[in-house]
Design a protein around this ligand. Structure first.
Ligand code: APR
Ligand code: ZN
Length: 342
């Protein structure tokens, strides 16, 4: 089969012929329909973050496709089914899996990191982790549910616990943040979206944000003052989807006393925290990682009901041969989400 292979950092992926994956009794072989291009891949390609599987390996963890073949013990899924493949597979046995928090499984296996991913014509995955996709959902576009939509869903619903009428500040409206905006709007929030690019803010408006702030030419203090003004003294919730120590520092200061801050963006750098402010105002600070399997059917239903939209946030499509163009666009910050269509 054809696959985009990651050979070493700071080098483009190479599209080449590799062997087809062979499935075991509990696995399925999926003919990839599309795979979303995620910032996480840039961490491996550009930023020196090592993959768990040693290169050469295949990246790609945001996938939809059609089941081609199933292992001997697979009963619930059959050839021809449309499936969504979550980016992370859980063990089912550890403490966190047992208490229903599979997204922080202690033995998690990530597609396109621990094992070969889906920038390829075929991918093999454990049957138990796949989610069936109704025929009504567009198969290719649905790939982005696996990460770009599900990560924001978990952050908004389970971690931030957004309620109708809550004021929610979203810092960063990129591939992840824009979906934090639309999921928070779907949950009934009054959203203030912050970014440094007007096109991202226009999309946030289109997806229901009440206020937008372009922070590129403003001091942090002015941005905080503007947010407090717009939210009647401070937001109920702030979600950071950038991963920048400066916006991480700003996040909790946008909140009303008793407000909740949720970290979705990744940074390997530390960010300062005003402990006194945290204490006096009973600010809650939470992290958010990925999404639990139990939430996927709910997300799919919200998309079916058109409460969450896929099309507007998919800004570019590429063939596998052109995958490096998708990474170039991402480096320039010119795409919201690119998908590779097989
Ligand atoms: N202030 C406001 N917005 C900013 C700033 C800043 N200082 N710096 C960058 N941004 C905006 C960018 O303009 C962009 O719209 O933040 C957005 C970042 O989005 P993307 O680059 O598309 O990244 P994304 O895929 O959304 O991931 C964001 O979430 O899951 C994590 O690892 C991921 O840390 C990353 C974060
Ligand atoms: Zn586990």
């Amino acid at each position: 089969m054809k696959a985009a292979v990651f050979h070493k950092p700071n080098e483009p992926l190479k599209v080449e012929e590799v062997e087809n994956p062979k499935i075991y009794f509990h696995e399925i072989l999926v003919k990839v329909a599309a795979c979303g291009v995620c910032n996480t891949d840039l961490h491996y390609i550009d930023h020196g973050v090592p993959t768990f599987k040693k290169p050469p390996m295949i990246l790609g963890h945001e996938t939809s496709g059609i089941v081609q073949d199933v292992g001997a013990q697979v009963k619930e899924i059959k050839a021809g089914d449309h499936v969504l493949i979550p980016p992370v597979f859980s063990c089912g046995h550890c403490y966190n899996c047992r208490i229903g928090r599979e997204n922080i499984c202690l033995n998690m296996i990530m597609l396109g990191n621990n094992i070969d991913g889906a920038y390829a014509e075929y991918v093999k995955v454990p049957a138990k982790d796949c989610i069936s996709l109704p025929d009504e959902l567009p198969l290719e576009e649905s790939c982005i549910i696996a990460d770009a939509i599900s990560t924001p869903y978990h952050a908004v619903k389970n971690r931030a616990q957004v309620r109708p009428g809550d004021s929610v500040v979203v810092l960063g409206c990129g591939g992840v943040g824009i979906n934090v905006v639309q999921v928070a709007v779907a949950a009934g929030a009054s959203v203030t979206a912050v970014d440094i690019k007007d096109d991202k803010l226009e999309m946030a408006k289109r997806l229901g944000a009440k206020n937008t702030i372009n922070s590129s030419k403003k001091q942090d203090k002015a941005v905080i003052t503007e947010i407090r003004k717009l939210t009647d003294g401070g937001a109920d919730i702030c979600i950071e989807a950038i991963g920048n120590p400066k916006t991480i520092e700003m996040g909790p200061t946008t909140l009303r006393p008793g407000g909740r801050y949720v970290q979705v963006g990744f940074s390997h750098q530390a960010a300062p925290l005003n402990a006194g402010r945290l204490m006096f105002r009973e600010i809650e600070i939470l992290g958010s990682l990925g999404c639990r399997p139990v939430d996927y059917p709910k997300i799919i239903e919200m998309i079916r009901l058109k409460r969450i939209q896929l099309e507007p946030v998919i800004t570019h499509r590429f063939k596998l041969d052109d995958i490096n163009k998708a990474f170039d666009l991402m480096r320039k910050g010119e795409s919201l989400r690119s998908i590779i269509v097989m």
